[in-house]
Design a protein around this ligand. Structure first.
Ligand code: ACO
Length: 311
């Protein structure tokens, strides 16, 4: 009977029907979605930290309003994604517990520091640019609640990417010192942005199954290549240099070829040894502990309301 259910499930996926929370699904499908969606939610929440760092020091009111809105959007994305994960039968407390204990991953990219204002531009342009490349196909993910959450998230990410590129443009067209800052930020964020797409296809444990389940539509390497092809001309327009001496356009394939990624650096970050891993988790633990009174107050309020309703 299990085999018949599996067969029917795969037929529905192949026919591009959306799978909804109450539908039958293989345990592996449920598990992989909980893993991916919660990792994604944690990334949004941890991703508020490197940029939140600059809200009080934004150079103008206009920049401050944009950055504030962007960081707030990321908090919202985290919440939609936790809700999407909850439809699969896990609680938010459990998911947050996995983040704080170090059991759950979040994107490698948020373990790098943001020492200058240009980092805010580079994050919007490159990190959000990479996120869009990876996330637009997720709007067609086979799991309905995830796919629907991604539609709004991608629209907001697109605004984030534009504000980042516009910020980089202002710096690149500014004083020599501003241009130097922009180049320095590109130098530091380029390779980590390429790593965001995950290990190369031959090392990617989950890709084949996730593609068969239509959770993923394109492989890690395909999306990474698309990102490079889209971003190199943008760097040229800014008058900045991509920090890769091996980067060249192949007229025959129509793609940019690029140098080797340092997977040792990526793996160290995944093990918790990146420049800011400890700081990020400490900040999330502190937020959780400092927020205890809010959770307690909310529970007490709900209990009071319930009592009143019973009277
Ligand atoms: N950072 C941290 N961990 C990563 C990263 C990364 N950049 N890329 C891959 N991994 C992890 C995977 O989670 C997996 O670990 P696990 O088995 O312990 O869970 C392992 O490396 C192997 O990778 P894959 O087999 O390629 O994993 P998967 O098929 O899930 O693909 C990917 C990884 C592309 C990140 C996928 O999960 C995905 O598309 N996720 C949704 C998007 C997302 O999470 N974006 C977060 C950053 S964007 C933002 O928040 C602005």
């Amino acid at each position: 009977q299990e085999a018949a259910l599996q067969g029917r499930f795969q037929e529905r996926v192949d026919a591009e029907e959306k799978i909804e929370p109450r539908d039958w699904m293989p345990e592996g499908y449920r598990r992989t979605l909980v893993r991916q969606i919660s990792q994604h939610a944690h990334s949004e929440i941890v991703g508020m930290l490197p940029e939140g760092n600059w809200i009080t020091r934004a150079p103008s009111l206009r920049r401050k309003v944009a950055l504030l809105a962007k960081v707030q959007d990321e908090g919202g994305h985290g919440l939609y994604l936790y809700s999407a994960a909850e439809t699969l039968g896990v609680s938010r407390d459990e998911l947050v517990g996995q983040l704080l204990s170090g059991k759950a991953k979040y994107s490698s990219i948020f373990n790098y520091p943001t020492p200058t204002w240009a980092d805010i531009g580079a994050i919007g342009w490159l990190v959000d640019g990479a996120a869009i490349m990876n996330q637009v196909p997720l709007c067609r993910c086979s799991y309905g609640p995830y796919a629907r959450a991604m539609v709004r998230i991608c629209r907001e990410e697109s605004f984030h990417q534009r504000q980042g590129y516009e910020l980089m443009l202002a710096l690149a067209q500014g004083t020599a010192e501003q241009k130097r800052m922009a180049q320095d930020a590109l130098n530091r964020w380029w390779w980590p942005s390429l790593m965001m797409f995950g290990p190369s296809d031959d090392q990617s444990a989950h890709s084949a199954q996730n593609m068969a389940w239509k959770i993923k539509r394109f492989s890690n390497d395909e999306l990474r290549q698309r990102f490079v092809d889209a971003t190199v001309p943008q760097a040229e327009f800014l008058g900045l240099t991509i920090p890769d001496p091996e980067l060249r356009f192949n007229a025959e394939t129509g793609h940019y070829e690029f140098g080797a990624i340092d997977w040792t650096e990526f793996n160290e970050i995944l093990k918790g040894n990146g420049p800011c891993n400890r700081e990020r988790i400490e900040a999330r633990r502190k937020a959780w502990d400092d927020g205890a009174w809010v959770r307690e107050a909310a529970v007490a309020h709900a209990a009071k309301r319930q009592q009143r309703a019973l009277k």
